[in-house]
Design a protein around this ligand. Structure first.
Ligand code: ADP
Ligand code: MG
Length: 230
């Protein structure tokens, strides 16, 4: 039953993200349509023509990659653990969540580590967990001027540490205590399942989650996972 709830939450989280992706996909479509219209209307110099075609191909490739990453995250999760490289994961999270951040007027900063960092975990599961935390962080920033959300990765004593920080509304002590408990949500359309699911998976991987927050002080979530030495 829990898995079913978790799946429902996943579908819901992903459908909000899908709305912002649909928005993002319209821009390149409009650009490509514009170039095709220009090309059809009148004869163009060779170099102009090539320029329009190159921009169109770039736009289509970018759209294609955003969509395929989105599809890999939204498919049903497997619990199969695999060797997962984190810079690659962070790049995908950045590509998938930037449209949602832009739509929400939030600056999203995700720095990839300069070297490969490996963990033993289902790759799509880790992506889904990070989407949950980042989505919450972005939602906590609505109506906050200069809203900023960041995801950073550090390596310390054989552990991978992921820090998700926002300067949003924050939480009081009671809310902090209830984090990760099923159905706890302060949102009108929230489910309170995203963190329940995420905490469960992180603990199953031998990891921990800690939180620092205060009303109007923003929030910092710190996820620690065992690093895979290679
Ligand atoms: P939902 O997002 O559907 O409400 P979650 O399990 O993802 O459910 O989150 C549970 C609750 O935890 C949220 O409703 C919110 O009150 C609180 N929360 C989670 N992350 C943050 C954050 N970054 N800032 C403030 N509150 C948060
Ligand atoms: Mg959530």
């Amino acid at each position: 039953l829990f898995i079913q709830f978790a799946e429902n939450e996943k579908v819901k989280a992903i459908s909000h993200v899908a709305a912002s992706l649909a928005h993002e996909v319209r821009n390149p479509l409009t650009a490509v349509k514009g170039f095709l219209t220009l090309i059809r209307e009148k004869p163009l110099e060779r170099h102009k023509l090539e320029q329009y075609i190159d921009i169109s191909i770039d736009e289509i490739q970018r759209t294609e990659s955003i969509l395929s990453q989105y599809l890999s995250i939204s498919k049903p999760l497997s619990t199969q653990r695999e060797q997962t490289e984190m810079s690659n994961v962070l790049q995908v999270i950045k590509d998938v969540m930037t449209p949602f951040a832009n739509m929400s007027n939030v600056q999203l900063e995700i720095d990839k580590p300069a070297f490969p960092v490996w963990i033993l975990a289902n790759q799509d599961g880790i992506k889904q967990i990070l989407v949950n935390f980042i989505k919450n962080a972005i939602e906590a920033c609505s109506d906050i001027p200069k809203a900023n959300v960041s995801l950073r990765l550090k390596v310390e004593a054989g552990h991978v540490i992921l820090v998700i920080k926002d300067n949003g509304i924050g939480m009081n002590a009671d809310q902090i205590n209830r984090l990760g408990t099923i159905y706890f949500s302060t949102k009108s359309s929230g489910t309170g399942l995203g963190l329940t699911f995420s905490y469960k998976v992180i603990r199953a991987l031998g990891g921990t989650v800690s939180v620092q927050s205060g009303p109007l002080e923003g929030t910092v979530f710190t996820i620690t996972l065992p690093m895979l030495e290679k």
